[in-house]
Write a protein that binds this ligand. Sequence first.
Ligand SMILES: *[C@@H]1O[C@H](CO)[C@@H](O)[C@H](O)[C@H]1NC(C)=O
Ligand SMILES: *[C@@H]1O[C@H](CO)[C@@H](O)[C@H](O)[C@H]1NC(C)=O
Ligand SMILES: *[C@@H]1O[C@H](CO)[C@@H](O)[C@H](O)[C@H]1NC(C)=O
Ligand SMILES: *[C@@H]1O[C@H](CO)[C@@H](O)[C@H](O)[C@H]1NC(C)=O
Ligand SMILES: *[C@@H]1O[C@H](CO)[C@@H](O)[C@H](O)[C@H]1NC(C)=O
Ligand SMILES: *[C@@H]1O[C@H](CO)[C@@H](O)[C@H](O)[C@H]1NC(C)=O
Ligand SMILES: *[C@@H]1O[C@H](CO)[C@@H](O)[C@H](O)[C@H]1NC(C)=O
Ligand SMILES: *[C@@H]1O[C@H](CO)[C@@H](O)[C@H](O)[C@H]1NC(C)=O
Ligand SMILES: *[C@@H]1O[C@H](CO)[C@@H](O)[C@H](O)[C@H]1NC(C)=O
Ligand SMILES: *[C@@H]1O[C@H](CO)[C@@H](O)[C@H](O)[C@H]1NC(C)=O
Length: 401
Amino acid sequence: MIGASLLLSAMAVSATNLFVSDYSGHITTLNLSEKNGSYSLEKTHSNEGCAPNPSWLTIDPSRGLLYCMNEGLTSPNGSLASFIINTNGSLKTIQNTTTPNGPVSGVLYGEPAGQRGIALAHYGGSAVSTWLVRENGTFVKNEDFFYYLDQPGPVPDRQDAPHEHEALTDPTGKYILVPDLGADVVRVFSWDVENLKLKELDSLKAKAGSGPRHAAFYTPSSLAGSTTYFYLVAELASTVTGYAVTYLPNNGGLSFTELSVQPTTGPYTLHRINAPAEIHVSPDNRFLLISNRNDSSFSLPQPNGTVIPSDSLSTFSLCPDSGNITFHQLWAAGGSFPRHFSLSATGNLVAVGLQNDQRVVVLERDVASGLIGEPVARIGVQGNVTNVVWDQVRGLGGLGE
Ligand SMILES: *[C@@H]1O[C@H](CO)[C@@H](O)[C@H](O)[C@H]1NC(C)=O
Ligand SMILES: *[C@@H]1O[C@H](CO)[C@@H](O)[C@H](O)[C@H]1NC(C)=O
Ligand SMILES: *[C@@H]1O[C@H](CO)[C@@H](O)[C@H](O)[C@H]1NC(C)=O
Ligand SMILES: *[C@@H]1O[C@H](CO)[C@@H](O)[C@H](O)[C@H]1NC(C)=O
Ligand SMILES: *[C@@H]1O[C@H](CO)[C@@H](O)[C@H](O)[C@H]1NC(C)=O
Ligand SMILES: *[C@@H]1O[C@H](CO)[C@@H](O)[C@H](O)[C@H]1NC(C)=O
Ligand SMILES: *[C@@H]1O[C@H](CO)[C@@H](O)[C@H](O)[C@H]1NC(C)=O
Ligand SMILES: *[C@@H]1O[C@H](CO)[C@@H](O)[C@H](O)[C@H]1NC(C)=O
Ligand SMILES: *[C@@H]1O[C@H](CO)[C@@H](O)[C@H](O)[C@H]1NC(C)=O
Ligand SMILES: *[C@@H]1O[C@H](CO)[C@@H](O)[C@H](O)[C@H]1NC(C)=O
């Protein structure tokens, strides 16, 4: 009897969904399942409600909704679309509405129990837009902010204009931060509780010509008085810069003090070759992960016997006392241009979106050591991958929850 029950549990199937956006117009639902240590990744649904150029996915787990931004690569405007996430992982369109050009990232903000909004970063349109979202997933425009440069930045081909590249909230949820690749700043906003309108505060000034792209916060402890740290990835300079963050009184903004230790090895020496993209702190709050594009640090044998060039993922360990980061691992991302990656909720798997390979690769990751390991599953999609997220609404029995 014991043998039989062991066998049953060993053979149990656990599964979860991943949502993948690609530039050819699709949001693909993938079913990742695991049985006795073997993984399989299958396409289960495809939705074109965010066409023509889906660039970013934001999930609202509490409402079971997914928001998708269409960058509108060849049109004067972009769009924002919302979807209900069905139990079987398919998506049902609620709304699709024109926005300023080039939305590439979005973040939910507001009162969890009250009015909520979504703030979008517009790369092409040099703008930040905000929208009021309703419980049923419909939304209306709140505000637009357009930015201008008096003269191009030090890297004129990429810094011809401001290029808002991400919108993220700080750990208190009271501030929205927007790295601007064209203007070499990180814009900082507070928001009004009544109407969710933004107030722009003093920006963080990044190094001229560095091209701020994405960022992550790190709070070593939830105890009052604990320091908050901020890590900024600059795409053009191929750098990651850490800052200690001080909260100004009366919701008056954030002040940033640069940490003296910055990585200067591996891909971080490849100025204007390596274009680092995504950055996350691991769910256990111990490591910082960054994806590097175009560094071709690895040659990777494939199951069919060919060898492909692979860009990389770097892992740094985080020092809770100082915010210092220490190099831990450089590892193959699984292919070319890992524009985006997401860690599963426990951090035991990393899903990597490979833009130039039209492919998603899932890598195993040892949570205790923080070391990423071998690919456990891979699958092609129809277009250049822009974003890959785990279903945070329902994990379907274990994986990724
Ligand atoms: C389960 O996986 C182990 C290790 O790979 C293998 O030895 C065993 O045969 C597998 N069991 C079944 C029933 O497939
Ligand atoms: C969504 O809206 C945009 C902008 O108006 C439009 O170009 C696009 O075709 C729409 N997408 C869908 C799937 O309706
Ligand atoms: C995912 O795949 C597993 C294994 O084939 C299957 O048991 C499960 O029903 C699938 N889930 C969905 C939502 O398709
Ligand atoms: C998935 O669920 C939706 C909503 O319940 C339903 O309309 C659709 O037919 C289902 N699709 C499949 C392939 O089962
Ligand atoms: C379309 O894009 C242009 C340029 O970004 C912008 O000025 C305009 O407001 C946008 N239209 C809408 C409806 O957002
Ligand atoms: C969503 O909610 C709003 C406000 O409550 C309502 O006006 C609208 O009809 C609803 N729309 C849908 C598609 O359910
Ligand atoms: C990729 O690297 C090559 C040199 O190896 C460089 O010429 C090219 O501009 C880089 N591409 C990007 C998008 O940074
Ligand atoms: C082998 O796999 C790689 C990566 O999936 C793919 O790009 C290549 O086309 C495949 N080659 C052959 C000969 O099937
Ligand atoms: C952090 O790095 C700085 C600069 O190298 C060093 O002075 C400081 O001692 C480090 N702090 C800790 C706790 O390691
Ligand atoms: C799509 O990927 C191809 C390589 O497969 C690359 O040459 C092209 O620049 C990419 N385009 C976009 C818009 O990502």
